[in-house]
Design a binder for this molecule. Structure first.
Ligand code: 5AD
Length: 459
């Protein structure tokens, strides 16, 4: 599963379009990296149709909000945002307000009952229909909905228009067949399918030609990739042969599909970054079994052991859910114990949120009281914070290699970027150092979330 993040991105406008009267499009994205990649596809598709991207929401003719359904609060947030965006219709009655992505697929036409001002609803397999839907809305006032499933949809012929930055997303799989009890993804993104490997390689080559130095391969269970004889390990080694790309990342692998051969391939290629996001969800075998996660704490630890054996400096990050149905104090404690044992570099931690349609929602009572969930979450976040602090302190005095992303958000005199192990590093600007360069930085300070240092100049 792709990791959830709560930030939103606004796509940068591409080069000015020749069409003076082109309609302007504003896209806002919530949720995981795959949603970000899908928004880039949507922009690719609609700019091809003559739309012009704007970063001014108040100037848009079409606003599309690409959404996440993974937890209830993700949906609540978007509903609030939609009603806010609706205000722009006062100044521009022709404004089209559309909802795309997982929440569309999840709520279907119920969203129109709840928010009748929404004009367009399109699920993740329906973006190809966006131009037709938008044209239909010019002719009539009924909302346009498209929520079909299409197992064959890979959006192969659509070149994404990417957000400005140093990393390019490449979706190598869509959908998910794992059916974890808590997870809505299979119900909103459909069945698992792998993008043909030739297309993946073509996209990475295109990224390299455009000057991107880092690529992140995306899939809900990315390590289950298979196209005929080509599995994920093969795909990684082929990608590593592409000139120009310096760093390859992938997210998110499933712990039950991590053979040693894949780890050997990761270890053998200096381009594959020494970082793996390995969602644990719970450290208790009983909870994992209720979650239908297909692994035990022991097999998870075995993957961790192999990763660290082959790639000693690997950084490990994870996702954890507390307060899953029936979670006892002992089970929660087993998760904490597992986190102490593994010593993840960082973790996303969530309270269980029952999602209609999923197995746990149907069959298991959501019986951990909200106050207990909140208490467990706070405690586990605190615990992980001190582990992250220790992990980051260990970098002090060392040299890390940072792919520069740009100016630090807090200090205009500083730059920031990511190390190969996915740590954010902040350091003073130096003449000649700019975005997209990989620079050596000697770490001289840290917090649980950031490394600080200075560019190391050759003696
Ligand atoms: N409730 C809480 N967290 C969830 N996640 C997925 N589904 C749920 C849910 N119903 C978390 C998992 C996953 C991450 C992306 O979101 O930890 O790995």
């Amino acid at each position: 599963m792709v990791t959830e993040s709560t930030d939103r991105i606004v796509l940068e406008p591409p080069a000015p379009s020749a069409a003076v009267q082109a309609r302007s499009l504003y896209v806002e994205t919530y949720g995981c990296q795959m949603n970000k990649a899908d928004s880039e596809l949507i922009v690719g598709l609609l700019t091809r149709e003559g739309y012009r991207v704007t970063d001014r929401v108040d100037r848009a003719d079409v606003i599309l909000v690409n959404t996440c359904a993974i937890r209830e609060n993700a949906e609540q947030r978007v509903l609030g945002r939609m009603s806010e965006l609706n205000r722009f219709k006062t100044a521009n009655p022709d404004l089209i307000l559309g909802l795309c992505g997982c929440m569309s697929q999840h709520l279907g036409d119920r969203i129109i009952e709840q928010a009748p001002y929404i004009d367009l609803v399109a699920g993740p397999d329906n973006y190809r229909r966006l131009p037709t839907m938008l044209r239909a809305l010019d002719a009539e006032s009924e909302p346009a909905l498209s929520l079909t499933w299409d197992r064959a949809e890979h959006y192969l012929d659509i070149d994404p228009v990417r957000e400005a930055g140093v990393n390019g997303w490449v979706t190598i799989m869509r959908g998910c067949d794992k059916m974890c009890a808590f997870c809505i993804v299979p119900f909103v993104r459909g069945r698992e399918r792998s993008t043909p490997h030739g297309e993946v390689i073509r996209q990475i080559e295109r990224l390299a030609a455009e000057g991107y130095r880092e690529v992140t391969m995306l899939g809900q269970t990315v390590n289950k990739y298979r196209d005929g004889e080509v599995d994920f390990a093969d795909l990684l080694s082929r990608a590593a042969e592409i000139d120009g790309i310096a760093r390859i990342r992938f997210t998110s692998p499933h712990p039950a599909h991590f053979p040693e051969r894949l780890i050997e391939v990761m270890a053998a290629s200096p381009k594959v970054c020494p970082h793996t996001h390995l969602p644990l969800q719970s450290g208790a075998s009983t909870t994992l079994s209720r979650m239908r996660r297909d692994y035990t704490p022991e097999t998870f630890l075995e993957v961790v052991r192999m990763l660290r054996e082959h790639i000693p400096r690997i950084a490990l990050t994870t996702d954890v859910i507390v307060g899953f149905c029936g979670e006892t104090e002992e089970e929660y404690e087993a998760t904490c114990e597992m986190m102490r044992t593994v010593q993840f570099d960082s973790a996303f931690m969530f309270k269980y949120s029952p999602r209609p349609g999923t197995a746990s929602h149907k069959r298991l009572p959501d019986d951990v009281p909200e106050a207990v969930k909140a208490e467990r979450l706070t405690a586990i976040i605190d615990m992980q914070k001190s582990i992250s602090d220790l992990r980051n302190r260990a970098y002090r005095g060392q040299i890390v290699h940072v792919l520069v992303e740009g100016q630090s958000k807090r200090d205009a005199d500083k730059l920031f970027g990511k190390t190969d192990a996915f740590k954010t590093a902040v350091f003073p600007r130096r003449p000649g150092i700019e975005s997209n360069m990989i620079v050596p930085v000697r770490v001289n300070g840290s917090t649980p979330f950031t490394l600080f240092g200075d560019i190391e100049t050759p003696a």
